[in-house]
Design a protein around this ligand. Structure first.
Ligand code: HEC
Ligand code: HEC
Length: 507
């Protein structure tokens, strides 16, 4: 119970006490006046027997009046003061009422979870995650085997999905999987009120968040940090166990498939359950097209029996999220946007640990200045290394055929018809020093090449950290219809998200 609720309950007690005191006062007054009735006096002429002589005018208009008026003033003051106090406590009373309703909703949601819809049969008590029976069929619909499909833990649901996205899942289920459509909009049995109360209940099951920003903004950051450490220790222990037992070859592969052999969190933290066909049936199920972890299947998207497709293999993910940054020479990830020196300039580090300064657009620049005094940018080579060439050819782009380099500074001539005359192509021997051919077809001469660490994509890291949003675009040309890609920033330690990015980019 919250403080507001206690406050509200106290105010009710005070109110009741006042009511009882007032009532008791009236009863006492009644009793007193009944017992103090005057005895008959006799002479009707001077004074009726049931009357007594009252105070004289002097006294009535003096002391008595003053006293009555003062009493009225005191009562007025009390009423005037107690009304604002009543009003002051009103928010507390309202919060108390909200809390009571909240608890009622949560109790009703628990009823849906345990009895009405029996989510508990598949997702287990407390949303710990379990499994659902599933009949595996081949492409022609012929029975293959009785298997089970992992039903992910729901105690990290709102760390991965927004409330709106969860409502969508509950309404429409996961077509093609044992997760049915439960809400009326999807043709299920639960009213939108029941879906809402189920959500209120599921929100009480949450494990601690690992997101540093949410931790800092919580009511008690120290306790939140400790809870996060305990939570991430559990995950780390499981990942390290799976690596020690030889289940997976790399850290990234282990995170991508977290829970495949052990059922940890019923796969709620894995990527493969949505990105690898057949993964949710586990290692013991007979597989239609071979082992889900095999090369050429892992991460290559859905197909029967997984509902949600999306291939990450064969370079798909590299096209969606092109390289946008460099790692550090030791293979670890640099902070997003590069490192910062003590003058506030951003830089990356070359393999020889020298600093490569970035301009304000994030482009790496050499220490040379061009004619107008701006630093000359490096050219980024296909392998991620940087080149600084003192001579760079021009590029001729003919209407047919491929572009070719011609000498920089060569004056292009017009022919009689007013068209350009194609300039002569130059070759590598026309340039001196180290000569490079760039991806666009240009040639560079007198080049120095800076060897750089591996390239990677922060855009991809951020996408996995935040997940997709319903109807919003992501990466290069990506578009989420229902926001089904969860955000993992609150449930996986950052170095695991980095490892999984590395793994995916190598698929
Ligand atoms: C017959 C078993 C079964 C029942 C009953 C069931 N689920 Fe599910 N649920 C599943 C399975 C299996 C999945 C995983 C589907 C997949 O692989 O995409 C799932 C997925 C989900 C998801 C998506 C989780 C995620 O991380 O992708 C949510 C949310 C969910 N269920 C909530 C519920 C709620 C709430 C109820 C009760 C109203 C319920 N489920 C009843 C089997 C079940
Ligand atoms: C519940 C299912 C689900 C899980 C679990 C899941 N994804 Fe996804 N993922 C999707 C869907 C669906 C999309 C397509 C975007 C959308 O519609 O939201 C997607 C898209 C992506 C993309 C972009 C692919 C492209 O080419 O557009 C990447 C990268 C990705 N996921 C990585 C991951 C990683 C890494 C994990 C694990 C940490 C993961 N996903 C876990 C469902 C999932």
């Amino acid at each position: 119970m919250t403080d507001a609720l206690i406050l509200a309950v106290n105010f009710r007690a005070i109110g009741l006490t006042i009511a009882v005191v007032v009532l008791a006062g009236f009863v006492l007054l009644f009793i007193r006046t009944s017992f103090q009735a005057k005895a008959e006096l006799g002479s009707e002429l001077e004074l009726a027997p049931n009357k007594k002589e009252y105070l004289p005018d002097e006294e009535l208009e003096g002391k008595k009046l003053d006293w009555s008026l003062s009493f009225a003033l005191v009562v007025l003051v009390i009423v005037a003061l107690s009304l604002p106090f009543y009003w002051l406590a009103e928010p507390g009373r309202q919060e108390g009422a909200v809390d009571v309703w909240q608890q009622t909703f949560e109790r009703r949601g628990e009823g849906v979870y345990l009895r009405t819809a029996q989510c508990v049969n598949c997702h287990a008590a407390g949303g710990a995650g379990g499994s659902a029976p599933y009949v595996l069929r081949d492409q022609d619909g012929q029975f293959l085997a009785n298997t089970t499909w992992l039903a992910p833990a729901l105690n990290d649901l709102f760390l991965r999905y927004s409330e709106e996205e969860v409502t969508f899942i509950l309404n429409f289920g996961r077509p093609g999987s044992p997760m049915a459509a439960w809400g009326l909009p999807g043709g299920g049995p639960l009213t939108s009120q029941q879906v809402q109360t189920t959500i209120e209940y599921l929100q009480t099951l949450e494990v601690p968040t690992l997101d540093p920003i949410e931790i800092d903004e919580s009511d008690d950051p120290v306790a939140a940090r400790e809870a996060a450490d305990r939570q991430s220790a559990k995950i780390t222990a499981e990942v390290e166990r799976s690596l020690a037992d030889g289940e997976f070859a790399t850290l990234g592969e282990a995170v991508f498939n977290l829970g495949y052999y052990s059922g940890f969190s019923a796969g709620s933290l894995s990527c493969a359950r949505c990105h690898t066909g057949g993964w949710s049936l586990g290692p013991s199920a007979p597989q239609i097209d071979g082992d889900p972890l095999s090369v050429g299947r892992a991460g290559c998207g859905g197909g029967d029996p997984t509902g949600i497709g999306f291939s990450l293999c064969g370079g798909d993910v590299l096209r969606r999220f092109p390289d946008d940054s460099w790692k550090l020479p030791d293979g670890s990830w640099a902070p997003e946007g590069g490192l910062v020196d003590d003058q506030g300039f951003f830089y990356y580090m070359a393999m020889d640990n020298s600093r490569i300064r970035l301009d304000d657009k994030g482009t790496p620049v050499t220490s040379r200045a061009d004619d107008s005094g701006n630093p000359v940018p490096y050219r980024i080579l296909a392998d991620g290394n940087l080149a600084d060439c003192r001579a760079i050819s021009s590029l001729w782009e003919p209407e047919s055929g491929s572009p070719y380099p011609f000498a920089a500074g060569f004056e292009v001539q017009l022919d009689d018809a007013g068209g350009f005359v194609a300039p002569p192509e130059i070759g590598e021997s026309d340039l001196s020093g180290t000569v490079l051919r760039f991806a666009d077809g240009r040639l560079g001469g007198d080049c120095t090449v800076v060897e750089m660490p591996e390239r990677t994509s922060y855009a991809q890291y951020n996408f996995i950290f935040n997940g997709a949003e319903r109807g919003r675009g992501y990466g290069r040309g990506g578009q989420s219809s229902e926001g089904m890609m969860p955000g993992f920033g609150s449930v996986l330690p950052p170095e695991y998200i980095q490892a999984v990015v590395d793994y995916e980019r190598g698929l």
